[in-house]
Design a protein around this ligand. Structure first.
Ligand SMILES: Nc1ncnc2c1ncn2[C@@H]1O[C@H](COP(=O)(O)OP(=O)(O)OP(=O)(O)O)[C@@H](O)[C@H]1O
Length: 683
């Protein structure tokens, strides 16, 4: 029946407002009920996390290296992936691809890969995941130890850790030198991830009663080859003895040496060897162009100056064999005003200064860094165009590490090695190590002779002259002490000409050379080698400690969690010689120098007249961004065919007879050098 409007029962249409209100009431009641139910069902965060972890761990076994191109292809926690993404790390490098999976599966890994190939993240990602898997908290204490050979490298690793680990709640600490042990001791047990240098760590193990590593889950040895080269083998043995046997160990190195294998035997259990570039045609990055030039010792400073003049818009690192060379040539080059900012980094600088220089060089777009091998390994200076090896490296591995400061992570770079005619055997040694170096020549039209300028600087400045003398002795000594006698032969150095090229009128007397020429016996080698052992570094003064602490307080707050800070002082490291130590050492050498000077005075050629240029330059400015005569980058190294210095290079001869004659002598030299290596971790 059809209802009409009048029919009883049809009534008026329901009030829409009332019905909406009724619906709304019912709906919100339902919603509240649902909410309550959900609340009851909601799991605690830790439980949700645990389920995530179980899911991730189930996927560990399924990791297929050939399918991995990005970090997100690994079963990683959201926190780590987020940190990586925020730091712009998405695609994995070869070493990361091959090692992260193994490390996640809990295996010990020995990873070796070329310089600049991304080894740091290859261990930092597993470090974060290991603690995440265990839901580690700050109350659980020390979970991971990362040992780096140098303070700079430890600092750099800490910074990367801070970047990629920022979404995790672990606490991290850096112990690299600075504050007193007690201050560190109070905090060290709250640290979950400790980045440290070996000497200081051992000191805590020995002296900090509360320090223990009983729950340590993972040990990372970064730049293991460098740790051993610096004479830390015994320290490492002692540290490893103090660590729980049940742990995971990751060991990374850019070169595979026998000593690295020995350390691996000691610290790793059934390790997986990952040597990603083992079968590579070359042991250096493909994007690195490598050349060498051969020039006389007395030409090297002019070559360097000319190089800098023709690369004013580039970022370069120049490696020297000794601190004193860096100290002298840095000053002289500042005075020469090449038109580019010059910085110096060496082991005799205070730690704080080293950090400042490091940061300054990182910031600059165009600059040149004069450095010793302290900067050769592990340090990641972005966008370096050129690496120049002003002095021949002691061996092919050192060459590889130095050259590796450029052409990092897919970037291009160029390396130039300066060899003396007597050092040409190094080319063969490099080729044997799969380093592709090609000879090029200098454009003679672009070569600027600076010897006269140096002479006039020295005539005006006694301090500079003494530095030149120290630089001279130090260089000769470094060649004398090289163990690679096939390449380094001190008797072939043009000594007087070299002195002149430094601006010295007369070559300072080098006693050990004179004696060696007269009496090259093994007793002499022993006694002279003992004499060149330089004084060890004393501890930092309180002021220096405070200064250092203040610096690091600003620079390095502890990762996450309350911003606790740690600073430490590396113990007994010879490279950390403070100004005081340097002065002490210089005093000793000055005595030697005075003796030399007294003898030289009578016979010394007359000082150079006060040239107007020399008068103008009294102060040594540190930065020279104001160029005198701006010019475009010139083609200094493009002439590959012409012989710049008129040298007639013959085919390399093999060294045979002299080796036999010197066998006994070399045996002693090697023993002494071994001792020196232990005593003098740096230059
Ligand atoms: N997956 C990645 N994506 C982008 N950049 C990366 C990646 N991994 C590493 N890098 C960058 O490559 C550079 C070199 O990395 P790293 O310092 O870890 O190299 P390394 O192998 O330890 O070198 P060395 O042996 O010289 O110490 C760094 O600037 C780093 O930020």
């Amino acid at each position: 029946m059809v209802k009409t409007a009048d029919s009883p029962g049809s009534g008026a249409r329901p009030d829409p407002v009332r019905s909406f209100n009724r619906w709304k009431k019912k709906h919100s009641h339902r919603q509240n009920k649902k909410k309550q139910l959900r609340k009851q069902l909601k799991k605690p965060e830790w439980q949700v996390e645990r389920e995530d972890i179980s899911r991730l761990m189930l996927n560990y076994e399924k990791i297929n290296v050939s399918e991995i191109t990005r970090f997100s292809d690994f079963p990683l926690s959201k926190k780590t992936l987020k940190g990586l993404q925020e730091a712009q790390y998405r695609l994995v490098t070869e070493i990361q691809k091959q090692t992260i999976g193994l490390a996640l599966q809990g295996k010990d890994v020995l990873g070796a890969a070329k310089t600049g190939s991304g080894k740091t993240l290859a261990f930092l990602v597993p470090v974060l995941e290991a603690l995440y898997r265990l839901q580690w908290t700050s109350t659980d204490g020390l979970g991971v130890l990362i040992i780096s050979p140098t303070r700079e490298l430890a600092y750099q690793t800490f910074e990367v850790l801070r970047k990629v680990g920022k979404n995790h709640d672990f606490s991290a600490g850096l112990i690299i030198g600075g504050k007193d042990l007690k201050h560190e001791a109070e905090r060290i047990n709250n640290i979950n991830i400790l980045v440290c240098t070996p000497g200081r760590l051992l000191q805590h193990m020995d002296e900090t009663v509360s320090f223990h590593a009983t729950d340590l889950q993972m040990l990372v040895l970064d730049e293991a080859d460098r740790i051993l080269d610096m004479g830390f083998a015994d320290t490492m043995n002692a540290i490893i003895e103090n660590l729980p046997k049940k742990r995971q160990t990751l060991l990374f190195s850019a070169t595979q040496t026998k000593s690295v294998k020995d350390l691996a035997r000691l610290s790793l259990k059934n390790p997986e060897y990952v040597w990603v570039h083992e079968k590579a045609k070359y042991s250096t990055p493909a994007t690195l162009e490598q050349n060498y030039i051969v020039c006389e010792l007395q030409q090297k400073i002019s070559v360097l100056y000319s190089f800098l003049r023709s690369h004013l818009k580039k970022k370069s690192i120049v490696f020297f064999s000794s601190c004193k060379e860096v100290q002298y040539l840095y000053r002289v080059f500042c005075r020469l005003r090449p038109g580019i900012s010059i910085l110096a980094l060496h082991g005799r600088q205070q730690q704080m200064r080293r950090m400042e220089v490091y940061n300054e060089f990182v910031r600059k777009k165009a600059a040149v860094l004069f450095a010793t091998d302290i900067a050769a390994r592990g340090l990641d200076f972005p966008a370096v165009n050129w690496v120049l090896q002003f002095d021949c490296p002691e061996d092919a591995n050192t060459y590889i590490h130095r050259a590796g400061r450029t052409a990092r992570y897919k970037e291009d770079g160029e390396a130039l090695l300066i060899l003396l005619p007597s050092e040409k055997a190094m080319v063969q040694q490099l080729l044997q190590k799969k380093v592709p170096v090609k000879e090029i020549k200098i454009n003679p039209e672009k070569l600027i002779d600076v010897q006269k300028k140096l002479e006039s600087f020295l005539a005006q400045d006694q301090d500079l002259k003494e530095r030149a003398q120290r630089c001279f002795v130090s260089y000769i000594r470094s060649v004398y002490l090289m163990k690679n006698k096939e390449v380094f032969d001190v008797s072939k150095l043009p000594i007087p000409e070299y002195a002149l090229s430094l601006g010295l009128a007369v070559a300072p007397r080098v006693r050990f050379l004179q004696k060696m020429q007269k009496q090259p016996t093994k007793e002499l080698v022993m006694s002279e080698a003992n004499k060149v052992i330089e004084p060890r570094a004393p501890s930092l003064t309180n002021d220096e400690v405070e200064e250092f602490r203040a610096y690091f307080s600003e620079k390095m707050s502890i990762l996450q969690k309350g911003g606790k800070r740690l600073e430490g002082r590396e113990h007994r490291l010879a490279n950390d010689i403070t100004e005081e130590a340097e002065e002490e050492e210089e005093e000793e050498e000055e005595e030697e120098m005075e003796e030399k000077l007294a003898k030289v005075k009578g016979s010394q050629a007359p000082s150079f007249p006060n040239t107007s240029e020399a008068q103008k330059i009294k102060e040594v400015p540190t930065q020279f961004l104001d160029r005198d005569d701006e010019e475009d980058d010139a083609d200094f190294l493009k002439v590959k065919q012409r012989n710049v210095f008129g040298l007639d290079f013959k085919e390399e001869k093999t060294l045979q007879v002299s080796l036999l004659l010197m066998e006994g002598l070399l045996l002693y030299c090697l023993t002494v050098l071994k001792i020196l290596r232990i005593l003098l971790p740096y230059e």
